[in-house]
Design a protein. Structure first.
Length: 364
């Protein structure tokens, strides 16, 4: 007979499906005894829907299996989604992890965005002309000239180091007049024949000389470093301007500068000037070793009387504290020699600066 519907004892569940099968096999004997004793065993209320009760003979094992599944709900359950934790510590840890991850992502993005900006900011500011602007860092090249937008009025704004060109109070050149006549000590010149090199530096023709040429004045000894030319003369004597001037730049062991200015006036040809012109380089800023030597004592006038005052460089950075000695007697130079320089630099003289009450001395 088929297995009836019943609620299996708990020990059947522990024994598993095999125990259930054995129990079902023993069911006919149990049912016969119950019928003989006229004892009606109450059956538990069915759990399965009525639609699942099938009429007619059915497999006892299949019936038992269905009843056990329906009664004890042993079918596998689908996994439920994890519920949010209510533990405050777990919430805090999760929050910190989320924040840290977000910050790390933000830092990486910010760093990637900032790298091009840093590279761009490191580039020097350049004007449309291609010259370094006033924002150029110290030491960077700045274009300056004697005329136009890059002329003397603009020098001070080109670089911070050039500020003295506008703010200085002891600038050069000046119109030398009202000098006090005193018994000035003579300048001791110790010039001798020396090798030299000529360069057109873009502002003038400059002659770099070898070591061993000195002057001594006011108890200090200065060595000649180089000399160069301006047309017309930058300094004036009682309002008079000369065709050209040669500036001989000296430096002492402490770095102090002393400039001897030799005025050049139209006349006969000068041998030293001609030696320089003979060795002019073909390219600007190309320093060319010259043939032979120069005896710089031949560049000086026969009379060594001079004017003296404290001034500055006449080109940027217009540094002050420069000792000036302007020879009173001009030296002759031919018209042809003047014209050769004029083809390179028709005008390379800084305008006159205010004397600003400076003391000017002159030899008796």
């Amino acid at each position: 007979m088929p297995c009836p519907t019943f609620a299996p004892p708990s020990h059947l569940l522990a024994a598993g499906w095999l125990a259930c099968a054995l129990a079902c096999a023993a069911w006919p004997a149990y049912a016969s005894e119950a019928a003989a004793a006229h004892v009606e065993k109450p059956l538990p209320s069915p759990v399965t829907p009525a639609a699942e009760i099938v009429k007619g003979p059915q497999d006892p094992m299949e019936m038992l299996k269905k009843r056990l599944v329906a009664t004890f709900n042993t079918a596998p359950k689908t996994a439920k989604p994890a519920e949010a934790s209510t533990n405050p510590r777990e919430i805090a840890v999760a929050s910190r992890l989320s924040v840290n991850a977000a910050q790390e992502t933000e830092v990486k993005l910010s760093a990637a965005d900032a790298r091009p900006a840093r590279r761009k900011a490191s580039l020097p500011a350049v004007e449309a002309t291609g010259h370094a602007s006033a924002a150029s860092p110290p030491g960077a090249a700045a274009h300056w000239s004697y005329e136009g937008n890059d002329g003397p009025a603009a020098w001070a704004a080109m670089k911070p180091e050039f500020a003295k060109c506008a703010s200085g109070t002891r600038q050069s050149p000046i119109d030398i007049k009202d000098g006090i006549r005193v018994d000035l000590e003579p300048v001791q010149f110790d010039y001798r024949p020396t090798p030299f090199r000529v360069v057109d530096n873009g502002h003038t023709v400059q002659v770099n000389v070898g070591p061993g040429n000195w002057i001594e004045v006011t108890g200090r000894r200065y060595e000649l470093v180089q000399f160069h030319f301006h047309r017309p003369s930058e300094e004036r004597i009682n309002g008079r301007q000369f065709d050209m001037v040669a500036h001989l730049v000296h430096k002492d062991l402490d770095g102090r500068l002393a400039v001897v200015a030799v005025l050049l006036d139209r006349g006969s040809a000068h041998a030293v000037v001609q030696s320089v012109w003979n060795n002019l380089p073909l390219e600007k800023r190309e320093e060319v070793p010259a043939r032979g030597t120069l005896n710089l004592a031949d560049l000086l006038p026969a009379e060594r009387a001079y004017f003296t005052y404290m001034g500055s460089l006449t080109t940027p950075p217009c540094s002050e504290g420069v000792l000036w000695m302007v020879m009173k007697q001009p030296v002759p130079i031919s018209a042809e020699q003047i014209d050769i320089f004029a083809r390179l630099y028709p005008m390379n003289a800084r305008p006159l600066q205010q004397a600003s009450g400076r003391l000017i001395k002159q030899s008796n």
